[in-house]
Design a protein around this ligand. Structure first.
Ligand SMILES: [Zn+2]
Ligand SMILES: [Zn+2]
Length: 137
């Protein structure tokens, strides 16, 4: 299977060829900060099948709650997070699910760091919903 993805502005694009494994939610504090949202969803992929097809993301490395150094790759033009890697396990990268061009390739299988989960990570079905934005829905 072959999948493609990009940042918000399109400066950085990537492709991956190989089996697309399960996606995972992460509720850790660093994922909350880096996404600016309640949690992160990423897909672990063997890095040998992954390649950048345009542009070069900026990198930021921080030791995570797990004790591992995690390098976060993001577009320096639009700021969109794209994938993470760790020097301790260079055979794998973790691509942000929302960066994929085809979101149907995302199949979440589990969630990690639930002890750091915020109460607003689950959308209450009773909240009013609008098909588009609130004023046009
Ligand atoms: Zn961009
Ligand atoms: Zn995390």
């Amino acid at each position: 299977m072959s999948i493609t993805g990009s940042c918000l502005c399109g400066s950085v694009t990537f492709e991956y060829t190989g089996d697309v494994g399960a996606a995972a939610y992460c509720h850790c504090t660093d994922c909350r900060k880096t996404t600016g949202s309640a949690f992160n969803i990423s897909i672990g992929l063997p890095s040998e099948g992954f390649s950048l097809t345009n542009g070069a993301p900026k990198e930021f490395t921080k030791t995570a709650d797990s004790g591992q150094p995690i390098t976060r790759h993001f577009c320096s033009d639009c700021g969109a997070p794209l994938y993470t890697s760790s020097s301790l396990n260079p055979a794998m990268i973790y691509v942000k699910a929302g960066a994929l061009d085809d979101p149907t390739a995302v199949k979440p299988a589990y969630q990690s760091w639930t002890r750091s989960r915020v109460t607003w990570s689950k959308i209450d079905d009773d909240l009013p919903g609008f098909e588009t934005d609130r004023t046009h829905g």
